[in-house]
Write a protein that binds this ligand. Structure first.
Ligand code: PEP
Ligand code: MG
Length: 621
């Protein structure tokens, strides 16, 4: 990775005001390399988000709401000032408090009050609201990031440590803002199609409409999902592997993303211009006009390719030798079901329900809320199959961000997925009842994640019986469903003959199958180069799973990221796969590969590939 250092001014004012047009900036151009996780080119100004503030609302307000938003910040700040003054007063009259002497505390509160009342901070926050139409929380945290970096670069250790005070003060104001919700309607502008982010657009002096890209050290999958409704046209994170769940959500958003970019979030400043090349896994910071023109060209080419692929939307997915291939979608939220159908999916092969449970601060969705969500997804399919996976929480998908603190053991091998559900039967029964209720509205397949033992399936069947009995007792209508297992633990693939009689279908989760077969954490960028879908052990497990399931007449699909990657389409077809589940954005590229394939010719080649010590060297016919 190339790094660049540069000198920065110390100032608590907004270092990139609207008048700093792209052409006038004299910042050093540099590139940062990471892992390419979602293709395409994004060009925009950087919004740097610290992990701790990733849950701050990010949306744009309407111009007429600026005054109200500025007032919100002012009122929240005044509330905190009042609190601190009151506290100071109480301390002065109570000498028995805490481990600090009151004098020290009073002095600390003085520092906080001084920071809160700093005029340049207020002016800068106001600038983000007025110039960019950021909502109050976003404006405040953006300015916090600008100042925090300035603190980081201070020589004086005492001054450097004052950053913690500033963070505490900002957190207090953010909390006060939470108690005073915006009266402004969420007015996030629609994301522009990639092709329209042409170079000329960036040269406009209209800062309000500039595309924005998000740069963060780390983002949880739930944070990422929150940003799905937001205004960003690209993402870069310091950490994460290619199939980490954060990367998966980025891919599902179909916007360029790079993860594992190490110290990207420290090198990029709030408001820098950046190019994200999601195909190459590169970020260019402060690009020159020539570099920008080059990427603008690439962006337009990609748009032409998309338009070409779009013509395949209504073409049946049939190979040259007449095999019909099922193309399913992976979704994270009920509302994704509609876009999956619009993208031409034959059904949903994987609904990752855990996203409904994340970031709920202990209040998990109850049966009615879940039933409504699943029903909405089922109804959107208009008779196509909806495969609902039971909650797969744990490892890199914690329920809450803080849960990461508990991960000192080995979360990927711990209480995750079906293990978690079976360990909490009340929670699992609630989910099962909700899924059964949704099954009254269309065909539902229930998919169990991380199955390793057939008793896990039997226990689930027993719980399903109990859930039905509970619904009967209440007189609630429900539907029938098929039960399937994810094959994503090597044990399940190796002993498939033991699992298969227990289920109606199986779905291969290549993301975890690769992780557990090769013993590499899929979320750890340090071992990302070892994450190899073409490793002979992985290929043999996939091949035998498809073959055994086909022989037994059981439905088999692949719903891991390999299914949506056109580089593996021919091989999976050759191994006998006839059902692929992927992000809707990948459907047409995979369909294109299918239309060009002849499974009869691919079959002997695929057999050669899985027997080879170096599978990549076996030439495709
Ligand atoms: C997989 O492991 O391949 C899979 C589809 O599930 P997830 O990525 O949610 O673990
Ligand atoms: Mg998995």
């Amino acid at each position: 990775m190339k790094r660049a250092r540069r000198s920065r001014r110390f100032s608590t004012t907004n270092s990139a005001k609207a008048s700093d047009g792209f052409c006038q900036r004299h910042d050093v151009t540099f590139t940062v390399h990471g892992l390419a996780v979602s293709g395409g080119i994004a060009i925009g100004r950087a919004v740097c988000v610290t992990s701790t503030r990733a849950d701050v609302a990010h949306y744009k307000i309407a111009p007429e709401q600026v005054a109200a938003e500025v007032a919100r910040v002012r009122d929240a700040r005044n509330t905190v000032v009042d609190e601190l003054v009151r506290l100071q007063h109480d301390l002065l009259h109570d000498s028995s408090s805490g481990s600090h002497t009151p004098q020290e505390l009073i002095a600390l509160l003085d520092v906080h009050l001084m920071l809160l009342q700093d005029v340049s901070m207020s002016v800068a926050v106001r600038g983000w609201i007025e110039d960019r139409l950021y909502n109050a929380e976003w404006a405040l945290s953006s300015q916090m990031d600008v100042i925090a970096r300035e603190f980081d670069e201070m020589e004086d250790a005492y001054l450097r440590e004052r950053k913690a005070d500033l963070e505490q003060v900002v957190d207090k104001v953010l909390r006060a803002l939470r108690g005073a919700p915006s009266t402004a309607a969420i007015a996030a502008p629609k994301r522009k199609p990639r092709g329209q982010q042409a170079q000329q657009e960036l040269m406009l002096d209209d800062d309000i409409d500039v595309p924005l890209v998000l740069i963060a050290h780390d983002l949880s999958p739930a944070d990422m999902l929150q940003f799905k409704r937001d205004v960003f046209v690209g993402f870069v994170t310091d950490v994460g592997g290619i199939t980490s769940h954060t990367a998966i959500v980025a891919r599902s958003m179909d916007i360029p993303a790079v993860v594992g970019a190490r110290s990207a979030s420290q090198l990029v400043r709030q408001d820098d211009w950046v190019i994200i090349d999601g195909d190459e896994g590169v970020m260019v910071v402060n690009p020159t006009a020539i570099v920008l023109a080059e990427y603008g060209f690439k962006q337009r080419q990609a748009q032409v390719e998309r338009e070409r692929l779009a013509r395949l939307r209504n073409t049946p997915s049939i190979t040259l030798d007449g095999e019909t291939i099922e193309l399913l979608a992976n979704i994270e939220q009920p509302e994704d079901a509609e876009s999956a159908v619009r993208a031409g999916a034959d059904g949903v092969g994987l609904f990752r329900t855990e996203f409904l449970f994340m970031g709920r601060k202990g209040h998990l969705p109850d049966e009615d809320e879940q039933a409504a969500a699943y029903t909405r997804a089922v109804q959107a399919m208009s008779g196509r199959t909806m495969t609902i996976r039971s909650i797969d929480i744990g490892a890199d998908k914690p329920l809450e961000r803080v849960a990461k603190l508990d991960t000192h053991l080995n979360p990927a091998l711990g209480l995750r997925a079906i293990r978690w559900s079976l360990a909490d039967p009340a929670m699992f029964l609630t989910q099962l009842r909700a899924i059964l209720r949704a099954a009254a509205f269309g065909p539902v397949h229930l998919l169990l994640p991380m199955v390793a033992h057939n008793r896990e399936i039997r226990q689930t069947r027993n719980l399903l019986d109990r859930a039905r009995a509970q619904l009967d007792k209440r007189g609630v209508t429900y539907g029938e469903l098929l039960l399937g297992a994810m094959i994503e633990i090597p044990a399940a693939a190796i002993a498939l003959d033991v699992i298969l009689p227990e289920v109606d279908f199986v779905s291969i989760g290549t993301n975890d199958l690769i992780q557990y077969t090769l013993a590499i954490d899929r979320a750890d960028e340090a071992v990302a180069p070892l994450y190899d879908p073409m490793h002979p052990a992985v290929l043999r497990l996939i091949a035998s799973t498809i073959a055994i399931a086909n022989d037994a007449g059981k439905l088999v699909s692949v719903c891991g990221e390999m299914a949506g990657d056109p580089r593996y389409t021919a091989l999976l077809l050759g191994l006998g796969l006839r059902s692929f589940s992927m992000h809707p954005a990948q459907l047409l590229a995979v369909k294109q590969s299918i239309l060009r394939s002849d499974t009869a010719k691919l079959q002997p080649w695929a057999q050669q590939v899985i027997k080879s010590a170096s599978p990549r060297t076996i030439k495709q016919p």
